[in-house]
Design a protein around this ligand. Sequence first.
Ligand code: NI
Length: 170
Amino acid sequence: MALFSILRFPDPRLRKIAAPVAQIDASVRALVADMAETMYAAPGIGLAATQVDVHQQIVVIDISEERNQLRVFVNPRITRRDGLQTHEEGCLSVPDIYEKVERAAAVRVEYLDLGGKPQTLDADGLLAVCIQHEIDHLQGKVFVDHLSQLKQARIRDKFAKRARKNAAKN
Ligand code: NI
């Protein structure tokens, strides 16, 4: 297994649209194992393949406190949304930024498991937030896109400053 490096906002590769996985084979399972390892090491509660520059529709999530309930979603699609909730979100691709985002309170997601079997999951609370956040990544979106123009501009400034600082250091 190996750790991936995680793309950082505003990297344009975070804007790529992920393609559906045609066949779940050993290479997909190896990719999922490395994605899970990368998520746990970060540490984070969710990771989309897009964030490690692999543009296939794969998401890993673990919101358990014990970090032992890995969920894998291949080709996930939200087929139902109910209600609204607001949750403070962060993202491994947007380090140190936490902002409130409004999303559906509950979602139904259809996906393939690692055996290639179609599954349906009804989720609410944090899991529903996480599923929506990660599926956004597969569509080339980051949570920052849900914020006001002013907040987005501030975050872009912050990251531009950080990049200049890092460039000056090297
Ligand atoms: Ni994210």
